[in-house]
Design a protein around this ligand. Structure first.
Ligand SMILES: N[C@@H](CCC(=O)N[C@@H](CS)C(=O)NCC(=O)O)C(=O)O
Length: 410
């Protein structure tokens, strides 16, 4: 029997489970014909979860309730990297899961419930929840100032749980005017929801632009009635049926551009093989080959340089960006400079892309792109051309400062 998740959707508690399933490569099906307030009150359902709450996961070995427990179970079925790579990582993953649940989710839920018409609003309770949430987000903000993820250098279960909890806040109740006091939390949240495995389940996320009003007792009573079944299109997309024929892979639009006189691999070879007289050989060769009809050059500038307070964290951030650009290897070349001898370090780069614009699939697939300001190089401007040269050859000092590192994408 496959794993079957009983719940209404869209729900952050369901998202947690399905995102963990994506990371772990585990198949979880949503139970068909689930009606909130009806199905979960039935005697059969109460055998699965005696309190009649969702979600519940049915497995061949028995049912599991509580969304965090289900998420852990799914993650453990295959990919233990979601728990980190050591005992201390594991401890930290659990620590942040508890923090997310007890210090973030509980306060968001307290403030959100009366706005959804569940329970009665109680002003002092709301005030206390608001103050507690700000305290928790403040602490989280300090931690995230020098950490991209909660534990280690990649997504763990802690990030999945926290992001899903924050999701309700950002989507329904916390507009930019509230979250801007916590810029590192904002950056973290947008980074996570744009990871492909998150995006596949949650879809496009939009931050609310207002705080919804608390519902009156009449509205609350109406809202307490069983909810109609969510519309089909609101449900997270189920994995395609196994019998479905695989669709032919669409051609990358860049392959359909008119042929260019510039052969990217030739440039990459010239760059790699030039050991001496770099200016005379590689840089001159670059401009001899450069085809402005078939390629474009772009400067990028990291938007949050003041966050780059720890050298190895900054280097890891840039290294992660280059790894995620792997999907563009056939169509791009890049240089990323980490600048400065003391923190905060500046991150600036130069990219050569096939086509006259930054390829859309890169903007869609690589979430780092939005962490940088992008400016097209005007090659009729000699000063900009000289800046390109300096970036290609890792000139030091660069713009008056030492280089901490220079990384190349080729
Ligand atoms: N701690 C539980 C919370 C479950 C929960 O509150 N579920 C709500 C829907 S989001 C529910 O089933 N409510 C129905 C009820 O209270 O009867 C979890 O994380 O799974």
């Amino acid at each position: 029997m496959a794993l079957v998740l009983h719940s209404w959707t869209p729900s952050k508690n369901v998202y947690k489970v399905l995102i963990a399933a994506e990371y772990s490569g585990v198949k979880v099906d949503l139970a068909p014909d689930f009606t909130m307030g009806v199905t979960n009150k039935s005697p059969e359902f109460l055998k699965l979860n005696p309190i009649g709450k969702v979600p519940v996961l049915e497995t061949p070995d028995g049912a599991i309730f509580e969304s965090n427990a289900i998420t852990r179970y799914v993650a453990r079925l295959k990919d233990s990297s979601l728990f980190g790579s050591s005992s201390i990582d594991y401890g930290h993953v659990e620590q942040w899961i508890d923090f997310s649940t007890l210090e973030i989710d509980i306060h968001i839920s307290t403030m959100l419930a009366p706005r959804f018409g569940y329970g009665v609003n109680h002003a002092p309770a709301e005030e206390a929840a608001n103050a507690a949430l700000k305290r928790s987000l403040g602490a989280l903000n300090s931690y995230l100032a020098s950490n991209t993820f909660l534990v280690g250098h990649s997504v763990t279960l802690a990030d999945i749980v926290l992001t899903c909890n924050l999701y309700y806040g950002f989507t329904y109740m916390l507009p930019k005017s509230f979250t801007s006091a916590f810029p590192h939390v904002e950056r973290y949240f947008w980074t996570l929801v744009n990871q492909p495995n998150f995006k596949k389940i949650i879809g496009e996320v939009k931050q609310t632009d207002s705080v919804p009003p608390v519902k009156t007792p009449e509205e609350a009573a109406a809202a307490a009635k069983p909810k109609p079944e969510p519309k089909q299109e609101e449900k997270p997309k189920a994995a395609p049926a196994e019998e479905e024929a695989p669709k032919p892979k669409a051609k990358n639009p860049l392959d359909l551009l008119p042929p260019s006189t510039m052969i990217l691999d030739e440039w990459k070879r010239l760059y790699s093989n030039t050991k001496t007289n770099f200016r005379e050989v590689a840089i001159k060769g670059f401009w001899d080959m450069y085809d402005p009809e078939g390629y474009s050059l772009w400067f990028c500038d990291y938007k949050y340089n003041d966050e780059n307070t720890v050298s190895f964290v900054t280097l890891n951030k840039v290294g992660g960006f280059l790894q995620r650009m792997d999907l563009a290897r056939k169509y791009a070349f890049g240089k990323m400079l980490v600048i400065g001898s003391v923190a905060p370090y500046k991150v600036k780069g130069l990219w050569l892309f096939r086509g006259k614009e930054i390829p859309q699939f890169v903007l869609d697939e690589c979430y780092d792109m939005e962490l940088y300001e992008w400016k097209k190089v005007d090659i009729s401007d000699e000063a900009q051309k000289e800046r390109v040269n300096q970036m290609i050859e890792d000139q030091e000092p660069f713009e008056g400062e030492a280089l901490l590192d220079a990384k190349c994408f080729k």
